[in-house]
Design a protein around this ligand. Structure first.
Ligand SMILES: Cc1cc2nc3c(=O)[nH]c(=O)nc-3n(C[C@H](O)[C@H](O)[C@H](O)COP(=O)(O)O)c2cc1C
Length: 235
């Protein structure tokens, strides 16, 4: 064995440091991903399983507001079911959706607030795209703390609809009322799909609309209508 000299001790320290830096560069991102700190840019969802689950009447019979969740994450299947129910396409030939809408114009976007960040749902791609990589859940509602840890809260945001005939502008109050009615059908579809998937829901109007608008960069004419918190019921 070679004797330890100052020269080869230096060489050894340089090699050791280089190894440490390399290992850190390789291991740290993996650790970050494992710890859930790196939000994926896109979440691909499986097709909804429309052949399995409760009957509509069974789901109606079990629907109720749930305000206590186990903290368990949703499976891809569950995430797919509730997002498809919220704003998915059920007739691929025409692009028409699960829920009805005013004059056939789909002007409500659905955002998914999760631990990793805020995502926007694409009905066409049936996937989620990252909009803001922050855990926004604590900001949703200071008083209703169950939403701070619930795995999913959907936000329903309306976009203005330009009039077909500019000489007949849309009455903004009527338009807003229609948007709220459409959002109501979306909320109930989510509630029924969720209960069929063993999940609980709570419609929540008590949300910090301004903070959400800022977090996802909404334009002033876009309106946050309502939210719905979803998770595995506790107990
Ligand atoms: C438009 C709307 C807004 C609501 N907002 C809230 C809310 O901010 N927080 C909450 O805990 N529940 C909220 N709820 C749920 C109601 O409190 C709940 O539906 C009602 O008490 C009846 O109970 P059930 O859903 O179990 O039948 C809301 C419901 C609707 C329809």
């Amino acid at each position: 064995m070679k004797p330890i000299t100052v020269k080869n001790l230096k060489k050894f320290s340089v090699a050791f440091c280089a190894f440490g830096i390399l290992a850190g560069a390789l291991v740290l991102p993996l650790q970050a991903e494992a710890a859930g700190t790196k939000a994926p840019d896109t979440i691909t969802l499986p097709a909804p399983d429309t052949k399995d689950g409760l009957t509509v009447l069974e789901a109606l019979d079990r629907r109720k507001s749930t305000r206590s969740f186990s903290g368990a994450a949703l499976s891809d299947r569950q995430l797919s079911a509730v997002l498809w129910a919220a704003n998915g396409i059920n007739r691929t030939d025409s692009g028409k959706r699960v829920n009805p809408t005013t004059k056939g114009v789909y002007n409500i976007d659905v955002y998914a607030v999760m631990a990793d960040g805020i995502y926007k749902y694409s009905p066409e791609a049936h996937n989620l795209t990252l909009v803001a990589a922050e855990d926004f859940r604590p900001q949703i509602n200071a008083k209703q703390t169950f939403v701070h840890t619930a795995p999913l809260t959907l936000f329903f945001v309306s976009n203005p609809v330009p009039p077909k005939d500019p000489s007949h502008p849309v009455n903004p109050e009527r338009q807003h009322a229609n948007n709220c009615l459409v959002a109501g059908t979306m909320l109930q579809s989510v509630a029924l799909a969720a209960v069929s998937e063993g999940l609980g829901t709570c419609v929540r109007g008590s949300i910090d609309r301004e903070a959400f608008s800022k977090a996802v960069g909404l334009a002033p004419e876009q309106r946050v209508l309502i939210s719905e918190t979803i998770g595995v019921p506790e107990g």
